[in-house]
Design a protein around this ligand. Structure first.
Ligand code: DON
Length: 428
């Protein structure tokens, strides 16, 4: 069977109709781009990538879509507090290249406009400007799952016309919040914008953000808290002065680039990318926007369209007269609460109870604590609780952050017996 998703994407592109807008021309090399190129890609969190369009394999420069990723790296390197001292997180309502700093704090208003993105670039660790760029390209490559490189022609072209970004960097330096040389910083920032990607690369990078900072190969590239910060800022500031309209009408946190790329992230669901070089007045891809609107309409992909979580299942069965609670999927507060209800329905007594976590992909900190507390209470009811946890779901989360109940107290330091599979847990 051919999956209908790829067919859907093809049909979506065919139905877009007339294009509008103009290709970016303030970067001379971008003015030469073929304006009719078109592609779309969707990447699931477990690594499936669907792609459609004649430009499916075309490379284009990432431009401003680099901004959320560099912001993430800056936070990972410096800590959120230090980054917030340099860059605010308020939507500016201004164009992406506006010369705007907060009049009270002197900080760029957010890391998605050029001023904030230049400041974020300077906060990435690196012995010198070249090392900083190298770390940034390495980081993007890890997210894309392949080695990315810089389009030198676009870089040279943009640098030759970077007066406005230079002005921004010198201005940030003048208020005392840029610790690096302004010209070096703009050079590095321009290189970051010139990283060459395909729609599949962008969709895969987006899927890592959608998965809380984790690649399909289970490489935790970003701490969940950093990932959350980046997505929050993307949702409120990613589409510049059309960010409010975008969030209401499209509802997918997104970031656009002047080469025509557009990347969207639906947390817990998918990463999406489109490529079409003609831009609207805000500098966002015209057909890219239409693609996202259609996806929202056709597939209900809107951040605020809350659906009841269907990511996990908990099922009770009996094996040789012993209760086995099989839990499947990702566990967050809502799913863990459902598991607790199943535990609560277990009659008190000295019978063994098996908790089978073999098919749990992961549990966040709060879900792990809830589960441990549930296990402790089963034990207080008299049960001999046996855990099947071959992936270390219960043992891998940290304690002490965002807790509903506190670490050791929560499960009284009790370590339930652990078994490699249900059969041995049932045998005891
Ligand atoms: O700094 C610039 O102006 C470009 N390198 C990036 C701007 C951009 O992509 C704006 N987004 N739509």
């Amino acid at each position: 069977m051919q999956t209908p998703i790829a067919d859907y994407l093809e049909l979506l592109l065919e139905s877009l109709g007339e294009d509008g807008g103009e290709v970016a021309s303030y970067i001379p090399e971008l003015a030469n781009a073929d304006p009719d190129r078109l592609a779309v890609a969707m990447a699931t969190l477990d690594g499936e990538v669907y792609v459609a369009g004649e430009a499916a394999d075309a490379e284009f420069t990432i431009q401003s879509i680099s901004k959320p990723f560099t912001y993430a790296l800056a936070i990972a390197d410096q800590g959120l507090g230090a980054v917030l001292e340099h860059i605010d997180v308020e939507p500016s309502g201004d164009a992406f290249n506006e010369i705007s700093l907060d009049p009270d704090t002197g900080r760029p208003r957010n890391p998605m406009i050029n001023a904030g993105a230049i400041a974020a670039h300077a906060l990435v660790h690196g012995d010198d400007a070249d090392a900083r760029v190298e770390r940034i390209v390495d980081f993007y490559s890890r997210l894309a799952g392949r080695r990315l490189s810089i389009a030198e022609d676009v870089f040279e072209s943009e640098l030759s016309a970077a007066d406005r970004n230079m002005a921004l960097a010198y201005m940030i330096r003048s208020v005392g919040t840029l610790d690096c040389d302004p010209a070096d910083t703009v050079r590095g920032y321009t290189r970051q914008c010139s990283v060459s990607v395909t729609v599949s690369d962008l969709a895969r990078m987006a899927s890592v953000l959608a998965a809380g900072g984790r690649t399909p190969d289970r490489d935790q590239v970003l701490e969940p808290a950093v990932n959350r910060q980046v997505l929050s800022v993307m949702a409120t500031c990613g589409m510049y002065n059309s960010a409010g309209d975008w969030l209401a009408s499209v509802g997918i946190p997104a970031k656009s680039g002047v080469a025509g790329g557009l990347m969207g992230v639906l947390p817990g669901q998918v990463g999406i990318a489109a490529f079409s070089p003609r831009l609207d007045a805000h500098g966002n891809s015209t057909r890219g926007r239409r693609i996202f609107e259609r996806m929202n309409h056709d597939m209900g992909l809107h951040l605020m369209a809350s659906t009841e979580s269907a990511h996990s299942v908990s099922r009770r069965r009996e094996v040789d007269g012993i209760a086995v609670h099989e839990i499947v999927g990702d566990l967050h507060f809502v799913e863990a609460e459902r598991v607790l209800r199943e535990f609560a329905a277990e009659p008190a007594g000295e019978t063994p109870v098996v908790v089978d976590l073999d098919r749990v992909h992961r549990a966040n900190d709060i879900a792990r604590r809830i589960l441990l507390e549930g296990i402790r209470r089963l034990r207080l009811d008299g049960h001999d609780v046996r855990i099947v946890d071959p992936w270390g779901v219960l043992g891998s989360a940290e304690t002490g952050t965002g807790e509903l109940v506190r670490g050791e107290q929560a499960h009284g330091g009790y370590v339930p017996a652990s078994f490699p599979d249900v059969a041995s847990a049932v045998r005891g």
